[in-house]
Write a protein that binds this ligand. Structure first.
Ligand SMILES: Cc1ncc(COP(=O)(O)O)c(C=O)c1O
Length: 503
Protein backbone atom coordinates (compact mmCIF):
# COMPACT_ATOMS: atom_id res chain seq x y z
CA UNK A 1 0.00 0.00 0.00
CA UNK A 2 1.32 3.40 -1.01
CA UNK A 3 2.45 5.55 1.90
CA UNK A 4 0.60 8.88 2.19
CA UNK A 5 2.28 12.23 2.50
CA UNK A 6 -0.72 14.58 2.44
CA UNK A 7 -4.35 14.58 3.51
CA UNK A 8 -6.32 13.30 0.50
CA UNK A 9 -8.00 16.11 -1.47
CA UNK A 10 -11.26 14.18 -1.32
CA UNK A 11 -12.27 12.05 1.65
CA UNK A 12 -11.79 8.31 1.10
CA UNK A 13 -14.64 5.83 1.35
CA UNK A 14 -14.98 4.66 4.97
CA UNK A 15 -15.41 0.99 4.14
CA UNK A 16 -12.23 1.11 2.09
CA UNK A 17 -10.41 2.81 4.97
CA UNK A 18 -11.50 0.17 7.47
CA UNK A 19 -10.18 -2.49 5.11
CA UNK A 20 -6.87 -0.62 4.71
CA UNK A 21 -6.48 -0.46 8.48
CA UNK A 22 -7.10 -4.18 8.72
CA UNK A 23 -4.41 -4.72 6.07
CA UNK A 24 -1.94 -2.47 7.91
CA UNK A 25 -2.44 -4.57 11.04
CA UNK A 26 -2.05 -7.88 9.26
CA UNK A 27 1.65 -8.18 10.13
CA UNK A 28 1.31 -6.87 13.68
CA UNK A 29 1.91 -9.05 16.72
CA UNK A 30 -0.98 -11.53 16.97
CA UNK A 31 -2.11 -10.96 20.56
CA UNK A 32 -5.52 -12.48 20.00
CA UNK A 33 -3.93 -15.86 19.39
CA UNK A 34 -1.68 -15.55 22.41
CA UNK A 35 1.51 -14.83 20.39
CA UNK A 36 2.49 -11.71 22.40
CA UNK A 37 4.03 -12.18 25.83
CA UNK A 38 3.70 -8.53 26.85
CA UNK A 39 1.81 -5.34 26.04
CA UNK A 40 -1.73 -6.72 25.70
CA UNK A 41 -3.94 -7.95 28.55
CA UNK A 42 -6.87 -9.83 27.11
CA UNK A 43 -9.75 -11.04 29.26
CA UNK A 44 -11.81 -12.69 26.52
CA UNK A 45 -14.09 -11.56 23.71
CA UNK A 46 -17.09 -10.72 25.83
CA UNK A 47 -15.12 -8.36 28.10
CA UNK A 48 -13.32 -6.91 25.08
CA UNK A 49 -16.60 -6.00 23.34
CA UNK A 50 -17.94 -4.50 26.55
CA UNK A 51 -14.78 -2.37 26.92
CA UNK A 52 -15.25 -1.00 23.42
CA UNK A 53 -18.84 -0.03 24.22
CA UNK A 54 -17.89 1.60 27.54
CA UNK A 55 -15.04 3.48 25.88
CA UNK A 56 -17.27 4.61 23.02
CA UNK A 57 -19.92 5.90 25.39
CA UNK A 58 -17.48 8.60 26.57
CA UNK A 59 -15.45 8.80 23.37
CA UNK A 60 -15.86 12.58 22.95
CA UNK A 61 -15.97 13.68 26.58
CA UNK A 62 -13.00 15.37 28.18
CA UNK A 63 -11.98 14.86 31.80
CA UNK A 64 -10.04 18.14 31.77
CA UNK A 65 -12.98 20.11 33.09
CA UNK A 66 -14.92 18.36 35.84
CA UNK A 67 -17.45 21.20 35.86
CA UNK A 68 -18.52 20.22 32.36
CA UNK A 69 -18.32 16.44 32.77
CA UNK A 70 -19.33 15.59 36.32
CA UNK A 71 -19.87 11.98 35.17
CA UNK A 72 -16.15 11.53 34.48
CA UNK A 73 -15.20 13.22 37.75
CA UNK A 74 -17.44 10.80 39.59
CA UNK A 75 -16.04 7.76 37.75
CA UNK A 76 -12.46 8.91 38.34
CA UNK A 77 -13.11 9.39 42.06
CA UNK A 78 -14.65 5.93 42.27
CA UNK A 79 -11.77 4.29 40.36
CA UNK A 80 -9.32 5.98 42.77
CA UNK A 81 -11.33 4.93 45.85
CA UNK A 82 -11.79 1.32 44.69
CA UNK A 83 -8.07 1.06 43.85
CA UNK A 84 -7.09 2.51 47.23
CA UNK A 85 -9.28 -0.07 48.93
CA UNK A 86 -7.83 -2.91 46.88
CA UNK A 87 -4.34 -1.80 47.94
CA UNK A 88 -5.32 -1.59 51.61
CA UNK A 89 -5.30 2.18 51.84
CA UNK A 90 -7.37 3.82 54.57
CA UNK A 91 -10.02 6.53 54.08
CA UNK A 92 -7.31 9.24 53.82
CA UNK A 93 -5.73 7.77 50.70
CA UNK A 94 -6.29 10.07 47.71
CA UNK A 95 -5.11 10.18 44.12
CA UNK A 96 -5.92 10.75 40.47
CA UNK A 97 -6.18 8.80 37.28
CA UNK A 98 -3.50 9.20 34.61
CA UNK A 99 -2.96 7.97 31.07
CA UNK A 100 -0.70 5.09 32.13
CA UNK A 101 2.08 3.84 34.36
CA UNK A 102 4.65 6.29 33.07
CA UNK A 103 2.45 9.30 33.74
CA UNK A 104 1.63 8.01 37.24
CA UNK A 105 5.34 7.69 37.97
CA UNK A 106 6.14 11.10 36.47
CA UNK A 107 3.50 12.56 38.77
CA UNK A 108 4.76 10.77 41.89
CA UNK A 109 8.30 12.03 41.22
CA UNK A 110 7.14 15.57 40.47
CA UNK A 111 5.01 15.61 43.65
CA UNK A 112 7.96 14.37 45.75
CA UNK A 113 10.25 17.01 44.28
CA UNK A 114 7.74 19.81 44.96
CA UNK A 115 7.06 18.53 48.47
CA UNK A 116 10.76 18.60 49.32
CA UNK A 117 10.91 22.24 48.20
CA UNK A 118 7.73 23.35 49.95
CA UNK A 119 8.16 25.67 52.88
CA UNK A 120 11.88 26.12 52.11
CA UNK A 121 13.50 29.07 50.37
CA UNK A 122 15.89 26.68 48.65
CA UNK A 123 15.02 23.01 48.33
CA UNK A 124 17.60 20.25 48.01
CA UNK A 125 20.23 21.61 45.64
CA UNK A 126 20.24 18.51 43.53
CA UNK A 127 17.12 16.42 44.26
CA UNK A 128 17.65 12.68 44.04
CA UNK A 129 15.63 9.48 43.78
CA UNK A 130 17.00 6.26 45.29
CA UNK A 131 15.72 3.06 43.68
CA UNK A 132 16.66 -0.54 42.83
CA UNK A 133 18.52 -1.06 39.54
CA UNK A 134 15.50 -3.04 38.34
CA UNK A 135 13.04 -0.15 38.78
CA UNK A 136 11.06 0.72 35.65
CA UNK A 137 12.74 3.18 33.26
CA UNK A 138 9.85 5.59 33.78
CA UNK A 139 11.78 6.79 36.89
CA UNK A 140 14.81 7.58 34.74
CA UNK A 141 12.49 9.39 32.35
CA UNK A 142 11.00 11.36 35.27
CA UNK A 143 14.49 12.24 36.51
CA UNK A 144 15.43 13.30 32.99
CA UNK A 145 12.32 15.43 32.48
CA UNK A 146 12.22 17.03 35.92
CA UNK A 147 15.93 17.54 36.58
CA UNK A 148 16.56 14.94 39.29
CA UNK A 149 19.37 12.49 39.73
CA UNK A 150 18.66 8.83 40.21
CA UNK A 151 20.86 6.60 42.37
CA UNK A 152 20.52 2.89 41.78
CA UNK A 153 20.94 0.20 44.42
CA UNK A 154 22.08 -3.26 43.28
CA UNK A 155 19.79 -6.28 43.44
CA UNK A 156 20.68 -9.69 44.87
CA UNK A 157 20.81 -13.05 43.08
CA UNK A 158 17.02 -13.22 43.41
CA UNK A 159 16.61 -9.83 41.70
CA UNK A 160 15.38 -8.09 44.85
CA UNK A 161 17.04 -4.91 46.00
CA UNK A 162 19.88 -5.09 48.52
CA UNK A 163 18.26 -3.01 51.27
CA UNK A 164 21.55 -2.22 53.05
CA UNK A 165 23.04 -0.86 49.83
CA UNK A 166 19.88 1.13 49.18
CA UNK A 167 20.02 2.61 52.69
CA UNK A 168 23.56 3.80 52.06
CA UNK A 169 22.51 5.74 48.96
CA UNK A 170 19.98 7.88 50.86
CA UNK A 171 21.34 11.33 51.67
CA UNK A 172 20.02 14.82 52.37
CA UNK A 173 19.23 15.33 48.67
CA UNK A 174 16.96 12.28 48.56
CA UNK A 175 13.40 13.43 47.87
CA UNK A 176 11.98 9.99 47.05
CA UNK A 177 12.77 6.33 47.57
CA UNK A 178 11.06 3.97 45.12
CA UNK A 179 10.77 0.20 44.75
CA UNK A 180 8.64 -2.23 42.76
CA UNK A 181 5.78 -4.59 43.47
CA UNK A 182 6.75 -6.33 41.31
CA UNK A 183 9.49 -5.21 38.94
CA UNK A 184 8.80 -6.00 35.30
CA UNK A 185 11.95 -7.87 34.28
CA UNK A 186 11.77 -10.94 36.54
CA UNK A 187 8.49 -10.16 38.31
CA UNK A 188 10.02 -9.93 41.80
CA UNK A 189 8.59 -7.86 44.67
CA UNK A 190 11.24 -5.76 46.44
CA UNK A 191 11.38 -5.96 50.27
CA UNK A 192 8.80 -3.20 50.70
CA UNK A 193 8.34 -3.64 54.47
CA UNK A 194 12.08 -3.35 55.17
CA UNK A 195 12.44 -0.30 52.94
CA UNK A 196 9.30 1.25 54.44
CA UNK A 197 10.75 0.90 57.94
CA UNK A 198 13.81 2.89 56.84
CA UNK A 199 11.92 5.63 54.97
CA UNK A 200 9.44 6.02 57.81
CA UNK A 201 12.24 6.47 60.33
CA UNK A 202 14.01 8.98 58.08
CA UNK A 203 10.81 10.82 57.06
CA UNK A 204 11.38 10.31 53.33
CA UNK A 205 8.51 9.64 50.88
CA UNK A 206 8.45 6.08 49.55
CA UNK A 207 6.73 5.19 46.27
CA UNK A 208 5.78 1.60 45.48
CA UNK A 209 5.54 1.10 41.74
CA UNK A 210 2.72 -1.40 41.43
CA UNK A 211 1.88 -0.33 37.87
CA UNK A 212 2.40 -3.89 36.71
CA UNK A 213 1.16 -5.89 39.69
CA UNK A 214 -1.22 -3.54 41.48
CA UNK A 215 -4.25 -5.19 39.89
CA UNK A 216 -2.81 -8.70 40.19
CA UNK A 217 -1.01 -9.23 43.50
CA UNK A 218 -4.10 -8.51 45.68
CA UNK A 219 -5.96 -11.36 43.95
CA UNK A 220 -2.95 -13.69 44.15
CA UNK A 221 -2.91 -13.10 47.89
CA UNK A 222 -6.64 -13.80 48.09
CA UNK A 223 -6.02 -17.07 46.22
CA UNK A 224 -3.69 -18.09 49.03
CA UNK A 225 -0.27 -17.40 47.51
CA UNK A 226 2.23 -16.20 50.09
CA UNK A 227 3.65 -12.85 49.09
CA UNK A 228 5.69 -10.23 50.92
CA UNK A 229 3.49 -7.33 52.01
CA UNK A 230 3.71 -4.69 49.29
CA UNK A 231 1.07 -1.97 49.71
CA UNK A 232 -0.34 0.71 52.07
CA UNK A 233 -0.26 -1.84 54.92
CA UNK A 234 3.42 -0.84 55.18
CA UNK A 235 3.30 2.42 57.16
CA UNK A 236 6.33 3.91 55.39
CA UNK A 237 4.68 3.67 51.95
CA UNK A 238 3.51 7.16 50.99
CA UNK A 239 2.47 6.66 47.37
CA UNK A 240 1.67 3.90 44.89
CA UNK A 241 0.91 3.54 41.19
CA UNK A 242 -1.27 0.80 39.68
CA UNK A 243 -2.31 0.43 36.04
CA UNK A 244 -5.91 -0.37 35.25
CA UNK A 245 -4.92 -0.93 31.61
CA UNK A 246 -2.71 -3.87 32.61
CA UNK A 247 -4.17 -6.53 34.95
CA UNK A 248 -7.22 -4.30 35.52
CA UNK A 249 -8.16 -5.34 31.93
CA UNK A 250 -9.31 -1.87 31.00
CA UNK A 251 -8.89 -0.09 27.66
CA UNK A 252 -5.43 1.46 27.17
CA UNK A 253 -4.78 4.85 28.76
CA UNK A 254 -5.70 4.20 32.40
CA UNK A 255 -3.62 4.13 35.58
CA UNK A 256 -3.99 5.46 39.12
CA UNK A 257 -1.48 7.27 41.29
CA UNK A 258 -2.35 7.16 44.99
CA UNK A 259 -0.98 9.03 48.00
CA UNK A 260 -1.31 8.30 51.69
CA UNK A 261 -3.05 11.66 52.18
CA UNK A 262 -3.61 15.07 50.66
CA UNK A 263 -0.35 16.47 52.07
CA UNK A 264 1.42 14.46 49.33
CA UNK A 265 -1.12 14.67 46.49
CA UNK A 266 -1.40 18.46 46.64
CA UNK A 267 2.14 18.75 45.25
CA UNK A 268 1.07 16.94 42.08
CA UNK A 269 -1.37 19.66 40.99
CA UNK A 270 -0.70 22.47 38.57
CA UNK A 271 -2.54 25.79 38.67
CA UNK A 272 -2.06 28.82 36.41
CA UNK A 273 -3.94 31.95 37.45
CA UNK A 274 -2.88 34.65 35.03
CA UNK A 275 -3.44 33.25 31.57
CA UNK A 276 -5.89 34.96 29.20
CA UNK A 277 -7.38 31.47 28.87
CA UNK A 278 -8.74 31.85 32.37
CA UNK A 279 -7.86 30.08 35.61
CA UNK A 280 -6.40 26.72 34.63
CA UNK A 281 -6.17 23.87 37.10
CA UNK A 282 -4.85 20.49 36.04
CA UNK A 283 -4.32 17.43 38.24
CA UNK A 284 -1.84 15.55 36.03
CA UNK A 285 0.49 15.83 33.01
CA UNK A 286 -1.95 15.89 30.14
CA UNK A 287 -4.30 18.71 29.23
CA UNK A 288 -7.17 16.88 27.55
CA UNK A 289 -8.03 13.74 29.52
CA UNK A 290 -9.78 11.20 27.27
CA UNK A 291 -13.20 10.41 28.73
CA UNK A 292 -13.17 6.97 27.13
CA UNK A 293 -10.17 5.77 29.17
CA UNK A 294 -11.67 6.94 32.46
CA UNK A 295 -15.07 5.44 31.67
CA UNK A 296 -13.62 2.13 30.48
CA UNK A 297 -11.50 1.82 33.65
CA UNK A 298 -14.54 2.34 35.83
CA UNK A 299 -16.60 -0.07 33.73
CA UNK A 300 -13.86 -2.75 33.78
CA UNK A 301 -13.60 -2.70 37.57
CA UNK A 302 -17.37 -2.74 38.03
CA UNK A 303 -18.03 -5.44 35.41
CA UNK A 304 -15.28 -7.82 36.50
CA UNK A 305 -15.77 -7.36 40.22
CA UNK A 306 -13.75 -9.31 42.79
CA UNK A 307 -15.05 -12.61 41.47
CA UNK A 308 -13.99 -11.77 37.92
CA UNK A 309 -10.51 -10.63 38.98
CA UNK A 310 -10.08 -13.73 41.16
CA UNK A 311 -11.07 -16.03 38.29
CA UNK A 312 -8.68 -14.26 35.90
CA UNK A 313 -5.87 -14.43 38.46
CA UNK A 314 -6.49 -18.17 38.94
CA UNK A 315 -6.28 -18.78 35.17
CA UNK A 316 -3.17 -16.62 34.95
CA UNK A 317 -1.44 -18.57 37.71
CA UNK A 318 -2.38 -21.85 36.00
CA UNK A 319 -0.72 -20.56 32.82
CA UNK A 320 2.32 -19.26 34.79
CA UNK A 321 2.79 -22.61 36.52
CA UNK A 322 2.44 -24.59 33.27
CA UNK A 323 4.95 -22.32 31.54
CA UNK A 324 7.45 -22.40 34.43
CA UNK A 325 7.27 -26.17 34.71
CA UNK A 326 7.77 -26.48 30.96
CA UNK A 327 10.81 -24.18 30.95
CA UNK A 328 12.27 -25.95 34.01
CA UNK A 329 12.04 -29.20 32.06
CA UNK A 330 14.29 -27.89 29.27
CA UNK A 331 17.82 -28.56 30.57
CA UNK A 332 19.44 -25.69 28.61
CA UNK A 333 17.05 -23.07 30.03
CA UNK A 334 16.12 -21.74 33.45
CA UNK A 335 13.49 -19.48 34.99
CA UNK A 336 15.18 -16.43 36.51
CA UNK A 337 13.94 -15.09 39.84
CA UNK A 338 11.92 -17.04 42.35
CA UNK A 339 8.19 -17.09 42.05
CA UNK A 340 6.24 -13.96 42.90
CA UNK A 341 3.70 -13.37 40.19
CA UNK A 342 2.73 -13.36 36.58
CA UNK A 343 6.17 -13.15 34.93
CA UNK A 344 8.21 -16.00 33.53
CA UNK A 345 11.70 -14.75 32.78
CA UNK A 346 13.72 -17.23 30.74
CA UNK A 347 17.53 -17.36 30.83
CA UNK A 348 20.09 -19.77 29.38
CA UNK A 349 21.58 -22.29 31.82
CA UNK A 350 24.72 -22.62 29.76
CA UNK A 351 26.44 -20.91 26.88
CA UNK A 352 25.32 -23.59 24.40
CA UNK A 353 22.23 -21.49 23.84
CA UNK A 354 22.39 -17.83 22.90
CA UNK A 355 19.25 -16.32 24.39
CA UNK A 356 18.92 -13.64 21.70
CA UNK A 357 19.26 -16.27 18.96
CA UNK A 358 16.48 -18.16 20.76
CA UNK A 359 14.36 -14.99 20.55
CA UNK A 360 15.02 -14.95 16.79
CA UNK A 361 13.90 -18.57 16.59
CA UNK A 362 10.68 -17.73 18.44
CA UNK A 363 10.13 -14.68 16.28
CA UNK A 364 10.47 -16.84 13.15
CA UNK A 365 7.62 -18.90 14.63
CA UNK A 366 5.63 -15.65 15.14
CA UNK A 367 6.00 -15.38 18.90
CA UNK A 368 6.73 -11.97 20.36
CA UNK A 369 8.88 -11.96 23.53
CA UNK A 370 10.82 -9.04 25.06
CA UNK A 371 14.62 -9.34 24.81
CA UNK A 372 16.07 -8.20 28.15
CA UNK A 373 19.65 -7.51 29.24
CA UNK A 374 21.70 -7.76 32.48
CA UNK A 375 21.18 -10.73 32.42
CA UNK A 376 20.30 -11.68 28.84
CA UNK A 377 16.82 -13.12 29.12
CA UNK A 378 13.39 -13.39 27.54
CA UNK A 379 10.40 -11.90 29.29
CA UNK A 380 6.91 -13.38 29.30
CA UNK A 381 4.07 -11.44 30.91
CA UNK A 382 1.49 -14.18 31.37
CA UNK A 383 -2.31 -13.84 31.37
CA UNK A 384 -5.02 -16.47 31.65
CA UNK A 385 -5.57 -16.17 27.90
CA UNK A 386 -2.11 -17.72 27.38
CA UNK A 387 -3.06 -20.97 29.12
CA UNK A 388 -4.27 -22.66 25.92
CA UNK A 389 -1.13 -21.56 24.01
CA UNK A 390 1.50 -22.70 26.55
CA UNK A 391 1.98 -26.21 25.05
CA UNK A 392 2.61 -24.79 21.55
CA UNK A 393 4.97 -22.15 22.91
CA UNK A 394 6.94 -24.75 24.90
CA UNK A 395 7.18 -27.01 21.84
CA UNK A 396 8.56 -24.09 19.79
CA UNK A 397 10.94 -23.18 22.61
CA UNK A 398 12.26 -26.75 22.65
CA UNK A 399 12.55 -26.79 18.86
CA UNK A 400 14.42 -23.48 18.95
CA UNK A 401 16.89 -24.81 21.53
CA UNK A 402 17.48 -27.99 19.50
CA UNK A 403 18.04 -25.91 16.36
CA UNK A 404 20.59 -23.66 18.09
CA UNK A 405 22.49 -26.63 19.48
CA UNK A 406 22.67 -28.18 16.02
CA UNK A 407 23.49 -24.82 14.36
CA UNK A 408 25.72 -22.75 16.66
CA UNK A 409 26.37 -20.28 13.81
CA UNK A 410 22.74 -19.09 14.18
CA UNK A 411 23.97 -16.91 17.06
CA UNK A 412 25.79 -14.72 14.55
CA UNK A 413 22.83 -14.37 12.21
CA UNK A 414 19.59 -12.35 12.33
CA UNK A 415 19.08 -9.87 15.17
CA UNK A 416 20.96 -11.87 17.81
CA UNK A 417 24.46 -10.39 17.30
CA UNK A 418 23.17 -6.82 17.44
CA UNK A 419 21.23 -7.41 20.68
CA UNK A 420 24.13 -9.41 22.14
CA UNK A 421 26.70 -6.76 21.39
CA UNK A 422 24.52 -3.85 22.50
CA UNK A 423 24.08 -5.54 25.87
CA UNK A 424 27.79 -6.23 26.27
CA UNK A 425 29.47 -3.05 25.04
CA UNK A 426 30.90 -1.34 28.13
CA UNK A 427 30.66 2.17 26.63
CA UNK A 428 26.99 2.81 27.34
CA UNK A 429 27.20 6.44 26.15
CA UNK A 430 28.20 5.20 22.68
CA UNK A 431 25.29 2.73 22.68
CA UNK A 432 22.91 5.55 23.65
CA UNK A 433 24.14 7.82 20.86
CA UNK A 434 23.76 5.02 18.34
CA UNK A 435 20.22 4.25 19.45
CA UNK A 436 19.37 7.96 19.29
CA UNK A 437 20.60 7.92 15.71
CA UNK A 438 18.24 5.04 14.93
CA UNK A 439 15.39 7.05 16.47
CA UNK A 440 16.26 10.03 14.31
CA UNK A 441 16.14 7.80 11.24
CA UNK A 442 12.77 6.37 12.31
CA UNK A 443 11.27 9.81 12.79
CA UNK A 444 12.88 11.52 9.80
CA UNK A 445 10.65 12.40 6.82
CA UNK A 446 9.68 9.08 5.27
CA UNK A 447 11.27 7.20 8.18
CA UNK A 448 10.06 3.69 8.91
CA UNK A 449 10.89 0.69 11.03
CA UNK A 450 14.61 -0.11 11.53
CA UNK A 451 15.84 -3.51 10.38
CA UNK A 452 17.85 -4.54 13.43
CA UNK A 453 19.40 -7.52 11.62
CA UNK A 454 21.00 -5.32 8.97
CA UNK A 455 22.07 -2.41 11.15
CA UNK A 456 25.57 -1.16 10.45
CA UNK A 457 25.34 -2.07 6.79
CA UNK A 458 24.15 1.23 5.34
CA UNK A 459 26.13 4.45 5.01
CA UNK A 460 24.02 6.31 7.55
CA UNK A 461 24.62 3.81 10.36
CA UNK A 462 26.35 5.04 13.48
CA UNK A 463 30.11 4.28 13.65
CA UNK A 464 29.42 1.90 16.54
CA UNK A 465 26.94 -0.19 14.54
CA UNK A 466 29.29 -0.16 11.55
CA UNK A 467 32.15 -1.41 13.73
CA UNK A 468 29.88 -4.05 15.26
CA UNK A 469 28.86 -5.19 11.80
CA UNK A 470 32.44 -5.27 10.52
CA UNK A 471 34.14 -6.98 13.45
CA UNK A 472 31.09 -9.11 14.44
CA UNK A 473 32.42 -12.38 15.89
CA UNK A 474 35.82 -11.04 16.93
CA UNK A 475 34.19 -8.12 18.76
CA UNK A 476 31.86 -10.57 20.50
CA UNK A 477 34.79 -12.66 21.75
CA UNK A 478 36.46 -9.59 23.24
CA UNK A 479 33.20 -8.41 24.78
CA UNK A 480 32.60 -11.87 26.25
CA UNK A 481 36.05 -11.78 27.84
CA UNK A 482 35.42 -8.32 29.29
CA UNK A 483 32.07 -9.55 30.58
CA UNK A 484 33.62 -12.66 32.19
CA UNK A 485 36.34 -10.55 33.83
CA UNK A 486 33.77 -8.10 35.12
CA UNK A 487 31.73 -10.92 36.62
CA UNK A 488 34.80 -12.51 38.22
CA UNK A 489 35.81 -9.18 39.77
CA UNK A 490 32.27 -8.65 41.05
CA UNK A 491 32.12 -12.16 42.56
CA UNK A 492 35.52 -11.68 44.24
CA UNK A 493 34.34 -8.32 45.58
CA UNK A 494 31.07 -9.84 46.89
CA UNK A 495 32.99 -12.67 48.58
CA UNK A 496 35.38 -10.20 50.23
CA UNK A 497 32.47 -8.00 51.40
CA UNK A 498 30.66 -11.03 52.80
CA UNK A 499 33.80 -12.07 54.69
CA UNK A 500 34.20 -8.60 56.18
CA UNK A 501 30.50 -8.51 57.17
CA UNK A 502 30.68 -11.87 58.92
CA UNK A 503 33.74 -10.84 60.98
C1 LIG B 1 6.64 -2.00 36.87
C2 LIG B 1 6.20 -1.06 35.78
N1 LIG B 1 6.14 0.26 36.04
C3 LIG B 1 5.76 1.14 35.10
C4 LIG B 1 5.42 0.74 33.82
C5 LIG B 1 5.05 1.77 32.78
O1 LIG B 1 3.74 1.64 32.36
P1 LIG B 1 3.20 2.27 30.99
O2 LIG B 1 3.83 1.49 29.89
O3 LIG B 1 1.72 2.09 31.08
O4 LIG B 1 3.58 3.70 30.94
C6 LIG B 1 5.47 -0.62 33.52
C7 LIG B 1 5.14 -1.12 32.18
O5 LIG B 1 5.27 -2.28 31.86
C8 LIG B 1 5.87 -1.55 34.52
O6 LIG B 1 5.95 -2.87 34.29
Amino acid sequence: MESRTAIPAKGVDKKELLESMGQMASNDADWRNGRTWSMVYFAGDEHYDFMKKAHNTFFSENGLNPMAFGSLKRMESEVVRMSANMLNGDANVVGTMTSGGTESILMAVKAARERAKSGLKIGPRSPEIVAPRTIHVAFEKAAHYFGLKIRYAPVDENYQVDVKALRKLINRNTVLVAASAPQYAQGMIDPIAEIGAITQEMGIPFHVDACFGGFFLPWMERLGYELPVFDFRVPGVTSMSADVHKYGYSAKGASVVLYRDMSYLKHQFFVATDSPLGIYASPSMTGTRPGGSIAAAWAAMMALGEDGYLALARQTMDAVEALRDGVDAIPELEVLGSRHGSVVCIGARNKAVDIYALADQLQARRWHVDRQQFPASLHCTVTGHHLQYVPEFLADLQEGVAYLKANPSAASEGQAPMYGMMAKIPFRGAVKLSVLKVMEAMHAPGGGMPDIGSMGKDDDSSPLFKAMDKYGDRAMEVLDKIDDTRQNVRQAFDRATEKLRSK
